[in-house]
Design a protein around this ligand. Sequence first.
Ligand SMILES: Cc1cc2nc3c(=O)[nH]c(=O)nc-3n(C[C@H](O)[C@H](O)[C@H](O)COP(=O)(O)O)c2cc1C
Length: 186
Amino acid sequence: MSDGGTVRILGIAGSLRRGSFNAATLRTAQELAPAGMTIDIFDIAPIPVYNEDVRQQGFPAPVEDLRTRIKSADGLLIVTPEYNYSIPGVLKNAIDWASRPPEQPFDGKPVGIMGASAGAMGTGRAQYHLRQCFVFLNGHVMNRPEVMIPAAQNKFDANGKLTDQPTRDFMTAHLTAFKAWVLRMK
Ligand SMILES: Cc1cc2nc3c(=O)[nH]c(=O)nc-3n(C[C@H](O)[C@H](O)[C@H](O)COP(=O)(O)O)c2cc1C
């Protein structure tokens, strides 16, 4: 809250796909963020595949950038698909890189999770696996309201705009609660 009141959130989408519903959901979150909350988006595409031998030489620049931006954010918003009932590899890979010592940046960080899937479960299984990772990393994931968007292909228009009003409403409820959660964790 460097400017004296605004809650600064770092948003990460767990899909690299150009037409990703999750990236579109994250952009919608930017649009629906309450007054006093901003969401900057970090693109995980440049993060290399984790290799401990590489880490021994130092963090690659995109990883260093991610770690710095997580540290300086007041909270994290992760918007992820579900792959095979779990966390997509690209997202888990980014978290694994960022989590390595020293000073792992998730420690004590407020975290919000949303997800959109083609299936009926709206990424619930991936979200609970993500929550499990944050137990170890000591990120403070907000319990509820949860945002699980099923049948995403029916809820966005061709330009990636979220047109489903009930979904926009529960995203707004989540973001309002998340702002309060971040302030409470401070
Ligand atoms: C490798 C892979 C595994 C998937 N597994 C699941 C799954 O377990 N549950 C589900 O609801 N959808 C699954 N899907 C479908 C995704 O929900 C769908 O592709 C969705 O659009 C991905 O999110 P995105 O639009 O942000 O890329 C899977 C897709 C891929 C590519």
